[in-house]
Write a protein that binds this ligand. Structure first.
Ligand code: HEC
Ligand code: HEC
Length: 404
């Protein structure tokens, strides 16, 4: 059976009714078990790295044939424009001569032809171009996207937006909505919605239910030992990887989940056979440490005690993964004062306790970015959970959160 999803630009349609039923909250009865860490096989991790960085799963069919992004890029997207909507350049893929020319200011960063050159070098993070010479000119024939578009950034070591790859780090500058909105195939009404998201956000269900409550791009690192991913614990890493590759990137593969009424079958399946290697690579990505000198040690120790004690954070942010999702606990939006609108669109209608990791790297916080800073996170809980923290205690908690 073949049941392609509706594409951006066509009328929105519900692809089946959302799963019925109330909140799936169980109270974590019984003795919690430690999750078994998955053994990593270096060969699979290395294959997974290539998939994460460079595999489009055949999604050129969508980004080229439907959205016509190859035309948009070579007619209107200069490197300067690309950097301004959050694209990153992998300096290690740029030959020394070109690097020197960029440093010397002799490369035209205002010309779309330079973007095509960077694509030919495979140097644009998350974008894969097929550049051919036509009538003596480099021409972008096809283009597709990879996981790295949203989940990698660079260390800015060469210039802002140009540096060594940092895989698993969400690209908080990536304005995916604005990029899709450049397509001539997108209706004006949808463009308005896409342009309202802003950088670092994406709504992975808009093409299923037509609603828009964009999510903050989460890290793909620090997930070893976490049983379920996504803000609403939809499933395992491989569940999400298949969902996003098939329904969002529009790669050629199969994905089905009766809870949300999605059933896509495409052959040959270019997604499913790659999921194990892809998962192993993600599990190999550790949490970045906070930069030296950013944390006040004495305050951090007091904050840790508060987190585990009086402020009761550890009742949900449990153990070394800082989440109770491994014990099958989810939380009704009202439990922690969250906006219920995104959860309402998902299978279980509740939020997962986010595993806290690399917090300093990826502000803003909460699924919708409603807390701009860690101080705002603590203020939110102070109100929502009636904690009555002093300003000293709030400061201490923030110092501790910075170390996670
Ligand atoms: C267009 C941007 C985009 C692309 C491309 C993308 N993702 Fe995501 N990713 C997201 C968003 C948004 C979420 C949050 C989804 C949710 O919580 O429902 C997410 C969630 C995740 C998570 C879960 C993190 C957590 O803590 O819950 C992982 C892991 C992940 N993505 C890996 C990948 C991989 C691997 C690929 C390629 C197959 C990929 N993503 C492609 C935007 C993207
Ligand atoms: C009742 C369970 C519960 C308690 C108690 C709790 N949290 Fe959370 N926490 C959650 C849930 C659920 C989320 C996800 C909410 C969302 O994304 O909208 C979350 C998200 C967060 C985030 C955002 C992480 C990110 O990457 O977006 C931080 C930081 C955080 N909590 C810190 C704390 C601190 C500090 C405390 C104690 C003051 C605390 N939490 C108490 C359940 C809880």
């Amino acid at each position: 059976m073949r049941r392609p999803l509706r594409k951006f630009g066509s009328a929105f349609a519900l692809v089946g009714a959302a799963a019925a039923g109330g909140l799936a909250i169980s109270c974590g009865s019984g003795v919690p078990t430690q999750p078994k860490p998955e053994q990593l096989d270096p060969a699979l991790v290395s294959a997974g790295k290539d998939i994460f960085r460079f595999d489009t799963f055949g999604d050129e069919k969508y980004w080229t044939d439907t959205l016509r992004m190859h035309e948009v890029i070579q007619s209107a997207v200069s490197p300067a424009a690309a950097l301004s909507v959050g694209f990153k350049v992998d300096v290690d893929s740029v030959p020394r001569a070109v690097r020197d020319a960029i440093a010397a200011g002799t490369v035209d960063l205002a010309s779309p032809a330079t973007t095509v050159t960077l694509l030919k070098l495979n140097a644009v993070v998350g974008l894969k171009g097929d550049v051919r010479t036509i009538n003596g000119r480099d021409t972008l024939a096809r283009v597709g996207i990879t996981c790295a578009l949203c989940h990698s950034t660079v260390d800015n070591s060469f210039a802002k937006g140009i540096g060594h790859r940092l895989d698993g780090w969400p690209n908080m500058d990536m304005n995916a909505g604005a990029i899709v909105a450049l397509s001539p195939a997108v209706s004006p009404a949808l463009k308005t919605i896409l342009n309202s998201w802003g950088p670092g956000k994406y709504d992975p269900r808009i093409n299923l239910d037509g609603l828009s409550t964009p999510l903050v791009l989460p890290p793909a690192y620090g997930l070893a030992g976490v049983d379920k991913v996504t803000y609403t614990a939809e499933g395992s890493i491989s569940y999400w990887n298949a969902y996003v590759a098939v329904t969002q990137m529009h790669g050629q593969g199969s994905f089905s989940d009766p809870r949300i009424g999605v059933n896509v079958l495409q052959t040959p399946d270019l997604v499913t056979p790659k999921l194990t290697a892809l998962r192993q690579y993600q599990l190999s990505l550790g949490t970045p440490k906070p930069p030296a000198g950013t944390v006040d040690d004495a305050a951090e120790a007091r904050g840790r005690a508060l987190f585990n004690g009086a402020a009761n954070c550890a009742s949900c942010h449990l153990g070394t993964t800082y989440t109770d999702v491994n014990f099958n606990r989810l939380h009704a939006p009202s439990e922690t004062g969250m906006d219920p609108r995104y959860a309402a669109r998902t299978a279980d209608k509740a939020y997962r306790t986010t595993p806290l990791r690399g917090l300093l790297q990826h502000a803003p916080y909460f699924h919708d970015g409603s807390a701009a800073t860690l101080a705002a996170v603590v203020d939110h809980y102070d109100g929502a959970l009636s904690l009555r923290l002093s300003s000293q205690q709030k400061h201490d908690l923030v110092e501790y959160l910075k170390t996670l």
